[in-house]
Design a protein around this ligand. Structure first.
Ligand SMILES: Nc1ncnc2c1ncn2[C@@H]1O[C@H](COP(=O)(O)OP(=O)(O)OP(=O)(O)O)[C@@H](O)[C@H]1O
Ligand SMILES: [Mg+2]
Length: 283
């Protein structure tokens, strides 16, 4: 099996510079992480605040370099400085705040920024920008100033900017945290579409219903992987999840309550539709 992202005992410590010349203190953020992501997979990363999700994400495009252990992206070690550019041009990052990611005053100029930095020829940039905006459903806003857009639209423009660089992997660090329910749905459905088109997705979120859409979930706790499995497998672990401060999707909890009350529901119910169907099949 070919892994597009893989780590082996990945450790990262932040160095906290003391104000005076005293020795810098360190803060352990990743304490030996082993993950393996398959090409084309959609992986959601869950975990309480401070569990190391963003720190892990920042290794994937070399914003951070391991204190010890290894991370490979497309088979290249992120510590291999000579290959930094290869990794950075294959991994797109989308962050929480849409307003911090859009820099140009016209949507299409913003989307062109990435490929311009990669040295893509102008005619090709034009084609890539059009294609990327079409892909996220924002083509009609190409000539608009971004500040009139909704949060969900801005995140889709940010994603278009990444797409125009033709990445193999997109890492999204809580891209829906600042959005309303409509914006969240827009972003999720664009991400799902890109995944169907073959892009590997690593999606950090605090929303359990979003994680339920992934192929696989990785749960982080205090700098380590606490659980991994399909959404059905992970969300069946209601008590262990609650013990580390996480919830399960509301529907999974309702289904669990019904099972405890003696209703013969199957395992793995994560959506309202699945619950309705299971109830209709009871007799
Ligand atoms: N720049 C930094 N300097 C020092 N410590 C940091 C820094 N950034 C994060 N940390 C610490 O590293 C640990 C992991 O933080 P990280 O941001 O990766 O967690 P997270 O899971 O993304 O949290 P959140 O859900 O709040 O985004 C935390 O204890 C955090 O306080
Ligand atoms: Mg974070």
């Amino acid at each position: 099996m070919e892994y597009i992202v893989k780590t082996e005992n990945l450790v990262f410590e932040y160095k906290i510079q003391a104000a005076d010349d005293a020795a810098a203190e360190t803060k352990a953020a990743l304490g030996g992480v082993d993950i393996a992501v398959t090409q084309g997979e959609f992986v959601a990363v869950l975990g309480h605040n401070g569990s190391g999700k963003s720190t892990l994400a920042k290794h994937i495009n070399c914003l951070l370099s391991p204190t010890s252990g290894i991370m490979w992206v497309k088979g290249i070690s992120v510590a291999d400085e000579a290959r930094l550019w290869d990794i950075r041009s294959s991994v797109g990052m989308v962050f929480q705040n849409p307003d911090n990611q859009i820099i140009a005053t016209i949507v299409e100029e913003d989307v062109a920024f990435g490929p311009e930095n990669l040295g893509v020829p102008p005619a090709e940039i034009r084609a890539r920008v059009d294609e990327a905006l079409l892909s996220v459903g924002m083509a009609e806003f190409a000539e608009n100033p971004p500040h009139f857009l909704s949060g969900g639209q801005k995140q889709r423009v940010a994603i278009a900017g990444i797409l125009a660089m033709r990445p193999d992997i997109i890492v999204l660090d809580e891209p829906t945290a600042m959005l309303d329910p409509i914006g969240r749905r827009e972003v999720i459905s664009v991400v799902q579409k890109l995944n169907r088109e073959g892009i590997t997705i690593i999606f950090i979120t605090h929303f359990m219903d979003e994680a339920a859409q992934a192929d696989r979930i990785i749960v982080m706790e205090e700098g380590k992987v606490a659980m991994t499995g399909t959404p059905a497998e992970v969300f069946a672990q209601i008590a262990p999840l609650k013990a580390i401060g996480l919830d399960v999707p509301q529907v999974a909890e309702i289904a669990d309550g019904l099972r405890r009350a003696g209703v013969a529901l199957p395992q793995g119910i994560l959506t309202v539709d699945a619950l309705v169907e299971a109830i209709c099949q009871l007799r």
